[in-house]
Design a protein around this ligand. Structure first.
Ligand code: ZN
Length: 64
């Protein structure tokens, strides 16, 4: 798997989808990135399964 992976995320605030890039060099990540449409802070929970090279991710609102 490349070190950077393009994913399409659905904003939990405005419902719009946009593309963003995930650094897949660490297998578990949790960070906040602003929505590219409405600029709300989206929490990204990223998990990479090293055996199957599968990227799992969840997006949620910051206050949840
Ligand atoms: Zn949004």
């Amino acid at each position: 798997m490349d070190a950077l992976e393009n994913i399409q995320v659905l904003c939990p605030y405005c419902g719009e989808s946009f593309d963003t890039v995930v650094d897949t060099s660490s297998t578990q990540q949790n960070y906040v990135e602003d929505c590219q449409i409405c600029c709300s802070p989206i929490v990204f929970d990223i998990e990479i399964d090293p055996e199957s090279d599968t990227l799992h991710y969840v997006t949620r609102q910051e206050n949840e």
